[in-house]
Structures are given as structure tokens and as C-alpha cells.
Design a protein around this ligand. Structure first.
Ligand code: WTA
Length: 650
């Protein structure tokens, strides 16, 4: 990667009240040397029912106990809604743009307050209380925002499950967090196609019941009007219940360390983990980062294209922007429906100033051709953000030059579900940009590069990316399994949080994320564990063994490559390939559908029967020059067969 392209901060990126380089450097220095002073001051950006007197009480040593603002009390929905009413009651809080380009809605802060209060009262009437887990399996509609905010209003802990997950995956998450209430919709709509959310929910509840988990209530939002099955007594139309409920619901005072939400995410081993975030530190982090990283100013129209089923949707569609009193756009659809100019049509239609999307979308639209972009004006755009995977310099340049016409900084933000909010990113008025680099750390974040032997790399160099000090927005634990939290993030490099990403630091102290160094895939910005896909494959009756690796994919970033060994007597053909793809879609969801399946008579294993994934990765990448040492293989001839029958020939 070359460091030669530097885009200097342009004079008009340094607007009044933007952070300039000097301010960035001095705030950053203070955030590290005096975290209590820095965060104690910035914590005041929120409204506290009971002010905190303590700021940081957190350590990566021993039992890894993370607490911020621990004696303060506040409420997230109050901070995202109520406190804005006086000044911004009639300002639009949420612009909703439907899948169908002719449909949109605008919800003011006052309307949001009323609806969230009604939803909160419905939840209470159904017996939900502080601390209860509530599963939300919804499309990208305003009612999803109401549901999430209503949970926070009464102190219930939401677990949002992405609408692209299958009934099995949904059931696993319901059982793991023992959620007795589910909020869903009749159907979702994406790119003109219906997503059977209620049908999936019914199936998931049956699966959960077989694991002794009984779901008491299903609150259903009528969205498409499609037909659904109904279980009287269990199922309720949320629209009707909300209409009948009181629009007055005081916000529950919560301790800063009370759980706010659980979000399941994939790791290198085992089932997805329930990442637990808490109330105070999280909201301070997402609101401060949203303001400065996107240089948000009053009156800006802000659009993050993520789905609320992922952490980006939680932190940067809802909580960060709403805590700042912003107008945030929620988009139900996809970038290429009805055609490839949709994003830019929406930008023009709603005069979007700040636009935040994923490299996979940028690459897909770049491939579709510039003419789709040029059909739009995009004159409102000021800031272009990127998140979810490394952005290759070519896509970065296209985003900057074609979409932004050289006027808008590209803000490449690196972070993870576990982090709560952005950890490495430029600030428009402060940071010179280098295409492909997420640039410099956010306040309070101390990146540390450590090699495989545990040596810390100072200055220029590459290594495993760790974070050396606790920050306010970070996860507190894995729901129900603190030992797994410590084991997953703090056992590799004791005293440091290990991210799972590889990274290079250049001579200017800029960070370049190189991608995961563990068995986690990033497919179109969706995070998946190879272990989950493998276990889905071996659950098929004809499969004896499976190993899954990623390979470079032009649009998706990574594709899913599966090596499958069949049971004696089975034949691997295209029909079985199709069957296996359908099987994985059913077990996990369409996002996990394999791109390539290679039937392999045997997998390369060491004499102690450990699969040598390094070799499988190289073969999937079509790179045989560096297969490394194969002499430790139990049967080296396995490799020749794998190469001869690879699916990825160029
Ligand atoms: C990757 C998404 C490079 C990374 C917010 C990380 C990135 C994983 C970037 C987390 C970026 C995210 N540059 N890589 N700007 N942003 N990643 O939990 O590998 O869905 O570990 O959180 O995405 O994915 P997650």
C-alpha cells in the first residue's frame, strides 16, 4: 500500500466549531493522560437524572471489570428525545425512505416522543420490566426505532436480530438471552421483495420451545399488510395496541452501568456471542464521536445506510444522532433498487449532507458505472463516511472523486460491535487523508500493535491490533458468560483488548487495517464466523466434514469458500452444491450462503488431526507459491487433489 496519496484538509472542511488539528491533538493527549478529567467533562453533554461523581473505574487486568460514570443515573430515550422537545419539538428526528421510491415519512421529535411513549406503555402492559430482554426482529421502518427506544425508556434490554437471519439463528438468540417478548412485523420489503418476518418468528418460537424457552408475547407491526398466521393470546398487533395506549410514559432512571442492549456477533469459535453494552459510557461515546467524526452541525441531514440489525445501525442511525438532536434518515431499501442511482436520488430528494455507507456498496456502485451517479446533483453532500471493512484505495478514490467530486472528505471509520462506537477515524477539519487508511485514533483510544510472539511494535510496523486502555463505549461482558469475554478478548495479550484485526502503522502514525487475523469473515460488511458455517454444513446428512475460509471477492470484499468432505457413498455434484447452499441459508440466513463449494475427498490435517487452514486459505486465493511447509501434513498428497479440483481458477 502506498502512502504517497495524501489529501490535505481543505479550507472549507474546517468550519466554525469543527475540531482542527491542534484541538484534536490536545484533546487526544488529555483523553489518554487524564481520562477522568476528559470524560468527566464530556459526560456532561448528556442529561443526567443523578450526576456522576466517579468517572473511570476500569481495568483490562484480572477479572476485566469495566465501569464508567458508575454512580450516575440517566435514561437513553430521555437523552435521545425528551431533552430536545423544548428546542426541537417540531424538527424532524427521523426521515424514513421506503423501499418503494414513492414512499417516505417524516417524524418530528414530538411525534417520536409520543410514539415511543405509547410503545413503552404497550410493553409495560404486557408485563415487560426493567432488565427484561426483548428481541426485535424487524425491517428498516420507523416502528423499529420506536421499539428500540421504548425498551430503553422502561429499562428493558433489547436484542435486535438482523432481518436476514433465519428462524434457526433467531431461535438461538431468543434462547440465549431468554427473551419472552418478541417485536416483529408482518413482512419486510427489500428491493421489491418480501421478507417473511412473522412466518420466521413463528418458526423460531417453535424451535425455541423445543429448547424449553417459551415466548409469551409477539407484538407485530402491520407493515406490508401481507397475510400472517395468528396465535390468539400470544400475538398482538402493535399498531392497534399503541393507538390505544397512553402517550405519557416517564423515562425510567437507569444506572450508567445498567445493560442497554445485547447484540449477537460472530467470533472465531462457537456460537455467536451476546455482546453486552451498558447505558452511560456507550451514549457518551456514540454521541461525542457522531458529532466530531462526522462534523455534525445543527440542521444537518444525516444518513447512515446500515441496517439497525447491526451495531452501526444502533450507534450511528439511532443513538448517536438522536442524542445529538440530529435529523437521521432510515432507508428501507437497497442501493440498486429500482436502479443503481437510488442512493444518489435519495441524497438529492432529502438534501443529505452527511452520508455514511459500506465499501461493498461503494464497490458495487463503482462497478455499475459513473453514469448512475451523474444522474444526480449531490450538491448537498459535505461528508462521505465508510465503515464495516477495509476500503481499497481504488474504491476510496472513486467515492471521493466521482460521488464527492473532490469536495467531501472520505471518513473511513474502523470499529467493531464490541467497541460500541468508532475507534479509529479521521476528523474532517483536522486530519489529512490517505486512501485506505482509517488514519488516527478517536479520543481515549490507545491502539497497540503486538506481534504473534507478544512483542510490542513501536513506531512503523505491522502487528495484531490491540487497544491498551478501556474506553467508555466498550462492551462490558458477553451476556451470561463473563469467562468467555475474558477468554475471547483478553487472553491473547494479557492487559490488552485484542481486536482480531491485523494492522499497520505508517511513519506518520496512521493506522491501516489489513483485515481479520482470526477465523472471522467479512462478507459484504456482514460479519460471520467460519465455525458457524462449518457447523451448518456438517449438520447436513450427506456431509462428514467441512472447512470454511474466505477468499478475496471484488464486490463483497470476501467470499465464502467451503471445502466439504462427503460421507462414504455420496457423490458431490452441482445438485448437491445447490442443496448445501440452500441448507446453509436455512440454518443461518441468506447472508451466509456459500459462494464456492469444493468437494474434497480429504482435508489437509496435521498428524494431530488439526485442519491446516492456512493451506486451505491459500488454495482458495489461488496462491500456491506460498503454501508453506506441508511436511507436517499427515498425507501431503491431499493438497495436490485440492489444487487440481479448486473452484476458484482464474
Ligand atoms: C472490520 C462493524 C477496515 C474489521 C462496525 C472489524 C473494518 C470488523 C472497518 C467488525 C474499517 C470494520 N476498515 N476494517 N473501516 N470497519 N471493519 O463487528 O475487521 O460488524 O474487526 O462492526 O469489521 O465488524 P462489526
Amino acid at each position: 500500500m502506498s502512502d504517497t496519496h495524501i489529501y490535505r484538509v481543505q479550507p472549507d472542511w474546517k468550519r466554525e466549531a469543527s475540531i482542527d488539528n491542534e484541538t484534536y491533538l490536545s484533546w487526544y493527549e488529555r483523553s489518554i493522560s487524564d481520562p477522568d478529567g476528559f470524560w468527566g467533562e464530556h459526560g456532561k453533554r448528556l442529561d443526567w437524572f443523578k450526576p456522576y461523581t466517579k468517572v473511570k473505574n476500569a481495568s483490562f487486568e484480572g477479572d476485566v471489570s469495566i465501569k464508567w460514570f458508575e454512580d450516575g443515573e440517566l435514561n437513553v430515550s430521555y437523552n435521545c428525545i425528551d431533552r430536545h422537545l423544548e428546542k426541537r419539538g417540531n424538527q424532524v428526528a427521523i426521515i424514513w425512505e421506503g423501499d418503494d421510491p414513492s414512499s417516505h415519512r417524516k417524524i418530528t421529535y414530538r411525534e417520536l416522543h409520543e410514539q415511543v411513549s405509547r410503545y413503552a406503555n404497550v410493553l409495560k402492559a404486557q408485563g415487560a420490566k426493567k432488565g427484561d430482554r426483548i428481541t426485535i426482529y424487524m425491517p428498516m421502518i420507523v416502528e423499529t426505532a420506536y421499539a428500540m427506544l421504548a425498551c430503553t425508556r422502561i429499562g428493558a434490554v433489547h436484542s435486535v436480530v438482523f432481518g436476514g437471519f433465519s428462524p434457526d439463528a433467531l431461535a438461538g438468540r431468543i434462547v440465549d438471552c431468554q427473551s419472552e417478548i418478541i417485536i416483529t412485523a408482518d413482512e419486510g420489503l427489500r428491493g421489491g421483495r418480501k421478507v417473511p418476518l412473522k412466518v420466521n418468528t413463528d418458526k423460531a418460537i417453535d424451535i425455541a420451545a423445543r429448547q424449553s424457552m417459551s415466548v409469551r408475547k409477539v407484538l407485530v407491526v402491520r407493515h406490508t399488510g401481507g397475510a400472517v398466521d395468528w396465535v390468539p393470546g400470544r400475538d398482538l398487533w402493535l399498531n392497534d395496541e399503541a393507538k390505544a395506549a397512553s402517550p405519557d410514559c416517564p423515562a425510567e432512571p437507569m444506572n450508567a452501568e445498567d445493560p442497554l442492549f445485547i447484540l449477537y456477533t460472530s467470533g472465531s469459535t462457537g456460537k455467536p456471542k451476546g455482546v453486552l453494552h451498558t447505558t452511560g459510557g456507550y451514549l457518551v461515546h456514540v454521541s461525542l464521536s457522531h458529532q466530531h467524526i462526522f462534523d455534525y452541525h445543527d440542521g444537518d441531514i444525516y444518513w447512515c445506510t446500515a441496517d439497525v440489525g447491526w451495531v452501526t445501525g444502533h450507534s450511528y442511525i439511532l443513538y448517536g444522532p438522536l442524542a445529538n438532536g440530529a435529523t437521521t434518515l432510515m432507508f428501507e431499501g437497497v442501493p440498486n433498487y429500482p436502479d443503481n442511482s437510488r442512493f444518489w436520488q435519495v441524497v438529492d430528494k432529502h438534501k443529505v449532507n452527511i452520508f455514511y455507507t459500506a465499501p461493498t456498496a461503494i464497490r458495487a456502485l463503482m462497478g455499475a458505472g459513473d453514469e448512475w451517479v451523474k444522474k444526480s446533483k449531490r450538491t448537498s453532500l459535505r461528508i462521505l463516511g465508510s465503515v464495516g471493512e477495509p476500503i481499497n484505495p481504488e474504491a476510496w478514490e472513486w467515492y471521493y472523486n466521482v460521488v464527492g467530486e473532490g469536495r467531501c472528505p472520505v471518513i473511513d471509520t474502523w470499529w467493531q460491535t464490541e467497541n460500541g462506537g468508532i475507534l479509529i477515524a479521521p476528523m474532517p477539519g483536522a486530519t489529512d487523508l490517505k486512501p485506505g487508511s482509517a488514519t488516527r485514533p478517536f479520543f481515549g483510544v490507545v491502539p497497540k500493535l503486538i506481534d504473534n510472539d507478544g512483542n510490542v511494535i513501536e513506531g512503523e510496523g505491522s502487528g495484531n491490533l490491540c487497544i491498551a486502555q478501556p474506553w467508555p463505549g466498550m462492551m462490558r461482558t458477553v451476556h451470561g458468560d463473563h469467562a468467555r469475554f475474558i477468554e475471547t478478548y483478553f487472553s491473547q495479550y494479557p492487559g490488552n483488548y485484542f481486536t482480531g484485526d491485523g494492522c499497520r502503522r505508517d511513519a506518520d502514525g496512521y493506522y491501516w487495517i489489513t483485515g481479520r487475523v482470526d477465523d472471522v469473515l467479512n462478507v459484504s460488511g456482514h460479519r460471520m464466523g467460519t465455525a458457524e458455517i462449518e457447523s451448518a454444513l456438517v449438520a447436513h446428512e450427506k456431509v462428514s466434514e467441512a472447512a470454511v475460509v474466505g477468499y478475496p471477492h471484488d464486490v463483497k470484499g470476501q467470499g465464502i469458500y467451503c471445502y466439504v468432505t462427503l460421507n462414504e457413498g455420496e457423490t458431490g455434484d452441482d445438485a448437491l452444491r445447490k442443496e448445501l447452499v440452500a441448507h446453509v441459508r436455512k440454518e443461518i440466513g441468506p447472508i451466509a450462503a456459500p459462494d464456492k463449494i469444493q468437494f474434497a475427498p480429504a482435508l489437509p490435517k496435521t498428524r494431530s488431526a488439526k485442519i491446516m487452514r492456512r493451506i486451505l486459505r491459500k488454495i482458495a486465493e489461488d496462491d500456491f507459491s506460498s503454501l508453506g511447509d506441508t511436511s507436517t501434513l499427515a498425507d501431503p498428497s491431499v493438497v495436490d487433489d485440492l489444487i487440481a479440483n479448486r473452484q476458484n481458477r482464474h
